[in-house]
Design a binder for this molecule. Structure first.
Ligand code: ADP
Ligand code: ZN
Length: 815
């Protein structure tokens, strides 16, 4: 009887692939384990076993697997079930989900490296070809498959590598347990023989002539009166002000046992503080939440900025932990939330683990293993959207903080999932509860709450005596006309800045553009320098004295004369964060100013430094982009200034108004978070815009109702479902033909549900032209059928030879 497994390969293939296994392998393999398999002519991949069976594939001859990498599954059944939902809903492959989910240390593949098996020593067993490889590996630590193919001058080397693996000559440098090196910690323990006090006294008496050793032993017992605990060697030595030599002496006398154990790289402090007691309003809200969960699985916590949503999350987390459940805390952008992590650490200590793409591979593998192993360390996972794909076994609660944030949606590459929505599905797989928290919920979520699909709990006052900040709109048209401007700052904004400074308070200034000036143009001929790869103008960065493209990263040095007409008449239009800092520094030369935007936050710790500097008062004013709107809590900020609110309102997107409201409310929410009254000054050319009026009045509900009726009228979510199709190609002509073909095909299948083709706001990025289509499906229609039809069209499209190299991107819920 032949045995087979179906595996998930980390590539965009719709189908699972089938491989042959031996009886012995069958006895070792279970779904969720990793195997190395050959694919194509000479590729090797790490794949995950999905199931096993006895059905030989009909379309191809099943190949044997190369190697089993795990002793037990590294993914859970529930996880797999969740991946399957993501693949089906977002029209991508399981392999793409797997690639997004597995830290790459667990996902080693065809670029696979071959290394020498150190245990191999019998050269006499080798064939000529094998000997060549053996020799090569004496000089080079590792070889790629293509190197091997060159050395033995053969194209297909799969069988050859297999043979070397069988002989034990080589190993694939793929297996987790070789690549992953745990960090070790040195520990000290008392030899059990000295638990007996007679033995101990005798030993101490004999030590009279070694005062340093006695001192170390005294300290050991001071930290650990019964002498039964295991201590970290370094802690002991520091406290005792002793040295390794002293410890070694006691180790040699077999008084102490000294040994190494792996520790998590992600060091957590053990010390925790008690929970804050909730205010009356908060307690009422918490009770509502708990009651809501009796009937609903999802609850929207709509709480104004600084109302103490985090404290409510903390109470809920604690209850989940008491029931021995795991908790997932999702954040829109983890790099920005050091403050929150510190707060949660103080409550939960080592049971909190952070999952973060900026962490090293080993650190991420450790979180993975802690979860798989149900250790105490990983009961609460805090992370950005990809933390959703971790191997949870027993989730009780998911918190999606700032649920309205756009960064929960992944746009590139697939899986193009929305973490909030995928979290709700994950919770239902685990029968867990979900809290969606926001001061400015997304229209869709609020709509679901209104329709009673989700429960709704409101928290409408700030904690303590804090009032919502007073928001003022400044009409830039008038202030320019009346000459009440100092560069970009209206007299009033400047006055308020000075007043806040003289009161020893701090200020946040917001401008949603980075760089110095977004447009450089020539006053003689009007030419604007553009990116050679993208259809956008270049942004001037003064510090680097260069022109940069914010879409592809292209940059060129600024020349003083216009490239087109040669005149030295280049001038800037508009302004970004860099220019604001420069202008402000001229007006207030003594005041230290910080800047937080994409350009100043590239390093691993740069956010933290900027935030620390501001928190400690080393900087008095912080200028930044929308990064400033996310969850920062500075008690000393009393003034927030928005330099120009207009461009975001005019962005061509059906959510532009909703987003502007959210962004402005959130930025405003950074002001006056402690008792002193906060102020916000918004400069705009259009102070009568309804969104700005609503921001000013903190009128979320009014904004919601108005936007909702517009969405209904123009058929946008939540009244329809959107699927966006993007075609991309380097050749505009091919792209044109492709979009014509697709338009016809869509018209036949989807009739008037299909819109397009249309040009995106930037028709070319990185030398790829793009066309977009929008499919609008009624809410009550079975979406699966439409998606199936769409995938069939995609297959037909890609089967046409002219369109083979066109990128066909499907983006479900593309907003
Ligand atoms: P939100 O998440 O709603 O913006 P936070 O949870 O950050 O609000 O709370 C705002 C501030 O008020 C924080 O500094 C927090 O420590 C403080 N705070 C909130 N609730 C309490 C409480 N019950 N006791 C003491 N301080 C609180
Ligand atoms: Zn570019």
């Amino acid at each position: 009887m032949e045995l087979f497994i179906d595996v998930i390969l980390p590539i965009p293939l719709q189908k699972l692939f089938t491989y042959k296994i031996t009886d012995v392998e069958a006895s070792q393999l279970t779904p969720g384990m990793r195997v190395v398999v050959p694919f194509g002519k000479s590729k090797l991949y790490t794949a995950i076993v999905e199931n096993s069976h006895q059905l030989a594939p009909t379309a191809y001859q099943a190949k044997p697997i190369y190697q089993i990498l795990d002793k037990s599954p590294i993914i859970t059944k529930k996880q797999l079930q969740h991946w399957q939902w993501i693949a089906a809903y977002y029209c991508c492959t399981l392999g793409e989900v797997m690639r997004a989910a597995l830290p790459s240390a667990l996902l080693l593949e065809s670029e696979t490296l071959v290394v020498k098996n150190q245990l191999f020593n019998d050269e006499s067993l080798l064939t000529d070809g094998e000997f060549l490889i053996f020799e090569a590996l004496q000089h080079q630590a590792e070889l790629k498959i293509s190197d091997i193919s060159n050395i033995i001058q053969r194209k297909t080397v799969v069988g050859f590598i297999q043979q070397m693996l069988n002989k034990g000559l080589i190993e694939l440098k793929e297996s987790l347990y070789q690549k992953y090196k745990p960090k070790l910690e040195k520990y000290v323990k008392l030899n059990p023989k000295y638990h007996n006090s007679n033995a101990l006294n005798t030993f101490l008496n004999d030590l009279k002539k070694a005062p340093k050793q006695s001192a170390l032993i005294l300290q050991f017992f001071a930290l650990n009166p019964k002498g039964t605990k295991t201590l970290v060697a370094n802690d002991l030595l520091t406290k005792a002000q002793s040295s390794v030599a002293v410890l070694n002496a006691l180790h040699e006398k077999e008084f102490f046992e000294v040994f190494y154990e792996p520790v998590d790289r992600i060091q957590n402090s053990d010390e925790t503080v008690g929970l804050k007691s909730l205010s009356k309003t908060q307690q009422v809200a918490l009770n509502h939440l708990k009651k809501a969960f009796l009937k609903h699985d999802v609850c929207l916590l709509h709480g104004v900025t600084s109302s103490g949503k985090t404290e409510l999350y903390v109470s809920l987390i604690q209850e989940a932990l008491k029931q021995n459940k795991q908790v997932l805390f999702l954040l829109p952008e983890i790099a920005l939330t050091t403050q929150l992590i510190i707060r949660l650490r103080a409550y939960f200590g080592t049971s909190l683990a952070v999952f973060h793409s900026k962490y090293s591979l080993n650190e991420r593998v450790e979180v993975w293993q802690n979860l798989m192993g149900h250790t105490e360390k990983a009961q609460i996972i805090i992370g950005a959207r990809s933390a959703l794909l971790l191997p949870f076994s027993n989730l009780g609660l998911i918190i999606v903080d700032e649920e309205h944030e756009n960064s929960y949606k992944q746009f590139e590459p697939a899986p193009r999932y929305h973490a909030r929505d995928a979290a709700i599905v994950l919770a239902s797989i685990h029968q867990a509860k979900v809290v969606l928290g926001s001061a400015t919920p997304s229209i869709e979520t609020y709509y679901n709450a209104q329709k009673n699909k989700y429960a709704l709990v409101e928290l409408s006052e700030r904690f303590g005596d804090g009032l919502l900040p007073k928001i003022e709109l400044i009409n830039l048209k008038e202030t320019y006309k009346k000459k009440q401007m100092n560069g970009f700052f209206s007299n009033q904004l400047l006055e308020e800045i000075k007043r806040a400074l003289s009161n020893q308070n701090q200020i946040i200034l917001f401008q949603n553009r980075r760089g110095y000036a977004p447009i450089m143009s020539c006053t003689s001929c009007g030419v604007v320098p553009h990116c050679p790869n993208c259809d956008v103008s270049l942004t001037f960065h003064k510090l680097k004295n260069s022109l940069q493209c914010h879409y592809c990263g292209y940059s060129e040095p600024l020349v003083t004369n216009c490239k087109a007409c040669g005149n030295a008449t280049l001038t800037t239009q508009g302004f970004g964060t860099e220019q604001i800092v420069a202008a402000l520094q001229e007006l207030l030369p003594e005041v230290p100013i910080g800047r937080m935007d994409f350009d100043t936050t590239r390093g691993k710790y740069s956010y933290q430094k900027i935030i620390n500097d501001f928190q400690l008062g080393n900087t008095k004013i912080l200028v930044g982009t929308q990064m400033l709107s996310k969850g920062l809590d500075f008690s000393n900020v009393t003034l927030v200034g928005v330099l120009q609110a207009d461009s975001m309102l005019n962005f061509p997107d059906f959510r532009a108004h909703e987003h502007s409201f959210q962004l402005l409310q959130q930025v405003a929410g950074r002001s006056g978070r402690s008792a002193s009254n906060g102020r916000v000054v918004i400069q705009t050319y259009n102070p009568f815009h309804q969104i700005l009026k609503q921001v000013q009045a903190h009128a979320y509900l009014q904004m919601y109702q108005e936007q909702l009726s517009e969405r209904k009228q123009h058929r946008y979510p939540p009244f329809v479902r959107l699927v966006k199709i993007i075609l991309k190609h380097k050749n505009a002509h091919t792209l044109f033909n492709a979009s014509e073909w697709l338009a016809k095909s869509f018209a036949i299948t989807f009739k008037d549900e299909a819109l397009g083709p249309s040009d995106p706001p930037i028709p070319r990025i990185r030398n790829l032209y793009a066309k977009t289509f929008l499919l609008k499906f009624p809410k009550n229609q079975q979406l699966e059928n439409s998606k199936r039809a769409l995938l069939i069209i995609k297959d037909r499209f890609l089967a046409i030879s002219e369109f083979k190299s066109v990128r066909f991107i499907i983006d479900v819920d593309n907003y």
